[in-house]
Design a protein around this ligand. Structure first.
Ligand SMILES: Nc1ncnc2c1ncn2[C@@H]1O[C@H](COP(=O)(O)OP(=O)(O)OP(=O)(O)O)[C@@H](O)[C@H]1O
Length: 320
């Protein structure tokens, strides 16, 4: 589990950014959603970096449209065909890439050569058995952990060290919904509304709109969710899953306005979240990606690892 903050919405920031921060407004929606007021004031005070963020709002040069992206990632074609399409398209729409990433904690080898790409417009799920390194992957993508070996590329540029002011590359990466902070001490409404409900009687159909507006102001473009629905009842899970969808560029709120998050990555064990909030899955097992496919392929895959995981069977290659 990622447990960096007790805040349900944690925008990644850096030491330098933090030291520049000076003001906060705890009552504003802005600070409620961004949670890191340091991040906000960093943007307010640093015009150069704000320019970088604005620059990234434009889609990649060869990116055609959200519609073409939706077709590519939501169509019924098989993963193999999708791979061909992607190769033909090139990597101009790749926002984040992990290339042959290794990570150990002491003697424990956790990641043993993890490679995958997150493209503009994608809703990607990272699934796999407990303790297999899913949260570790999120932390590495976020720039909070350094791989022992291998590289992370942010919009084609190699990250060096931890996330830093100089390494934003025009892409904001936000880490949202840490389970450790969720649902234990807050009600579902507070969680879903990112504490909005604390001082507001705003109906739920307005919440996602406020979330989107605030995220737009902060400039986040890729969100990483670590087990956002862990411990929730099925109905509350649905509300959270729909909120995740609604802030995505392929989602829309009750008034039909599109979201503005380019891509998101969800670590989850919940089948409902896989089905409702994720388009493409990567399966992590024993420190490697052992399967990638569209969500609809998850339950029909002939891969024994995926079959066992999807059915919850005790029989199969995954041993505890
Ligand atoms: N900072 C750390 N120091 C030492 N060990 C760590 C550290 N972070 C993670 N680990 C270990 O690495 C392994 C993978 O942890 P991680 O949280 O990434 O797995 P996960 O797949 O997200 O697990 P789960 O599905 O149970 O949340 C675990 O055995 C964990 O105890």
């Amino acid at each position: 589990m990622v447990s960096l903050s007790t805040n349900p919405f944690f925008s990644l920031t850096t030491q330098n950014a933090a030291s520049r921060s000076s003001s906060s407004s705890s009552s504003s929606l802005y600070s409620r959603f961004a949670a890191s007021t340091k991040f906000n004031s960093f943007h307010a005070n640093n015009k150069d970096h704000r320019k970088v963020v604005c620059a990234c709002v434009a889609p990649p040069t060869n990116f055609k449209s959200e519609d073409s992206s939706a077709l590519r990632f939501n169509g019924s074609s098989k993963s193999e065909q999708l791979s061909t399409l992607r190769e033909q398209d090139g990597d101009s729409d790749v926002l984040i890439e992990c290339r042959d990433v290794y990570k150990s904690f002491g003697e424990k080898k956790i990641l043993n050569g993890v490679s995958f790409k997150i493209r503009h417009g994608e809703a990607v799920g990272i699934i796999g058995p407990s303790g297999t390194g899913k949260s570790t992957v999120l932390k590495i993508i976020a720039g909070l952990l350094i791989p022992d070996k291998g590289e992370v590329y942010i919009r084609g540029r190699k990250r060096v060290g931890l996330v830093s002011d100089d390494e934003l590359h025009g892409l904001r990466i936000g880490l949202v919904f840490q389970s450790a902070a969720l649902f234990d001490s807050l009600t579902v409404r507070e969680n879903v509304g990112f504490l909005l409900y604390e001082h507001s009687s705003m109906p739920e159909d307005q919440i996602s709109e406020v979330v989107k507006e605030t995220l737009a102001a902060v400039g986040l473009k890729v969100l990483l969710y670590d087990e956002p629905t862990a411990g929730l009842d099925p109905i509350a899970s649905t509300v959270v899953e729909d909120l995740i969808r609604s802030v995505h560029i392929k989602g829309q709120d009750a008034r039909g306005k599109p979201g503005n998050i380019a891509s998101y990555v969800v670590v989850t064990h919940q089948h409902s979240t896989i089905k409702r909030a994720i388009d493409r899955l990567v399966f992590l097992h024993k420190g490697k990606i052992v399967w990638e496919g569209m969500t609809h392929e998850f339950t029909t895959s002939t891969n024994p690892i995926v079959q066992q995981f999807a059915s919850g069977s005790l029989e199969g290659p995954i041993k505890y």
